[in-house]
Ligand binder design. Structure first.
Ligand code: LLP
Length: 384
């Protein structure tokens, strides 16, 4: 088992807070994932939105993954990291003309199209450039992923994708357009899924849709089922690598791929989530009347997930050797009560100057950092 070991002596001299990335764990995770899909017609696009750090992108590119971008900025970051245009899937409900142009200029693998209006704009821009843009239609399958409401995306009340009622019209329209090439169907139902039942339902829905289109003489080169595989936030040491095998098996056993068809995935969190920790220093310990507070120098500006999604990241005191423990609320310095990392977290007796690691922060951590209160963005350290 790969367990993240923190170079504590080095850390003691570093300015905090910073993100620490365990590149060995990242590589082991990529290796395990690649091993699971080795002999299958499966392709994984790494979802850059989870972590766009150039060192991380470099490792992911070296492991041979394709890439999933949701903005022009992410396309630029992917190209800068060495990903080729023909590995880029470009998703997002609000792609601007400028972003679409950028994608077409780089002959990207595919636009995941989220509306009929967007389809028309892509066709127009491609025509003006004398090019043909590959597209997949993002379908909203109306399946509940049973995850946090902010990261549920596949219900008809969500803004994402083309509704099932409009899909025939969208397919007909795409096929009638001279400057787009319809290569597939795309789906994404939500993020941080640990129960795979919604994926089974998604497979059923896709099988029905493929039957429907086959009866109309229409077939697709690719099916893209998006991302969403969750990680174990409660036990990062015991479960450093997500359950890729069961995840891919769920699709292998339930989705009827057609002859020659490729299945694409867009995984973010599962690849980078466990390799990152936010390292922060205790500024003060304050004993209140009902609570003891550990006040650290990282805040919601560095890691917003607890404040935004009530997410829990295990906190480890990595410098204390005390055997006695106490319960603390771990809070940051920002002027908001939502600036709290944990309530009643059990830690060894903690003192000013101790270092805490907020674990499982490799995904949607550094990328979501902001400068509220005129704070600096967190810096980064790597395991080598
Ligand atoms: N594909 C699409 C179309 C997506 O919208 C997303 C995530 C992914 C792939 C990658 O999903 P993943 O494999 O990472 O679950 N900031 C939130 C998560 C937002 C996810 C947005 N979409 C968090 O911190 O939990």
């Amino acid at each position: 088992m790969i367990k993240t070991l923190f170079p504590i002596e080095t850390f003691k001299h570093c300015e905090t807070p910073f993100y620490y990335y365990d590149l060995e764990l990242l590589k082991a995770t990529l290796h395990e994932m690649n091993a699971c899909i080795k002999d299958l017609p499966y392709k994984v696009h790494y979802a850059v939105k989870a972590n766009a750090n150039p060192r991380i992108l470099h490792e992911i590119k070296e492991a041979g993954l394709s890439i999933d971008c949701v903005s022009g900025g992410e396309i630029v970051a992917a190209l800068a990291a060495g990903f080729k245009g023909d590995t880029i899937a470009f998703a997002g409900v609000g792609k601007t003309d400028k972003e679409i142009s950028l994608g077409i200029n780089h002959d990207i693998f595919c636009f995941n199209v989220e509306s009929l209006a967007e389809l028309e704009v892509i066709n127009e821009i491609a025509a003006a450039k004398g090019k043909i843009a590959n597209i997949a239609l993002r379908i909203n399958p109306n399946i509940d992923a049973h995850t946090h409401e902010y990261i549920t995306t596949g219900l008809s009340e969500n803004k994402f994708g083309i509704n099932l009622e409009q899909i025939d019209m969208a397919v007909d329209k795409a096929m009638s357009m001279p400057d787009v090439n319809l290569i597939g169907l795309h789906f994404h139902i939500g993020s941080q899924l640990l129960d795979f039942t919604p994926y089974k339902m998604l497979c059923d829905r896709i099988n029905d849709l493929q039957d429907h289109f086959e009866a109309r003489g229409i077939s697709f080169k690719i099916i893209n089922v998006g991302g969403g595989l969750g990680i174990n936030y409660e036990n990062p040491n015991e479960n450093p690598i997500p359950d890729f095998k069961n995840y891919f098996d769920t699709f292998r056993n339930n989705l009827k791929l057609r002859k020659g068809q490729e299945l694409h995935f867009e995984l973010g969190r599962a690849i980078v989530g466990q390799c990152g920790s936010l390292i922060t220093r205790v500024i003060y310990v304050k004993n209140g009347t009902t609570k003891n507070f550990v006040i650290v120098d990282a805040g919601m500006t560095d890691l917003i997930r607890p404040a935004l999604y009530q997410a829990h990241h295990v906190a480890e005191n990595i410098t204390s050797s005390a055997t006695e423990t106490a319960r603390y609320d771990i809070v940051g310095p920002i002027c908001e009560s939502s600036d709290k990392f944990a309530s009643d977290e059990t830690l060894p007796l903690t003192h000013r100057g101790d270092l805490l690691a907020l674990r499982s922060a490799g995904a949607y951590g550094e990328v979501m950092a902001m400068q509220y209160n005129c704070r600096n963005l967190p810096s980064t350290q790597f395991s080598r």
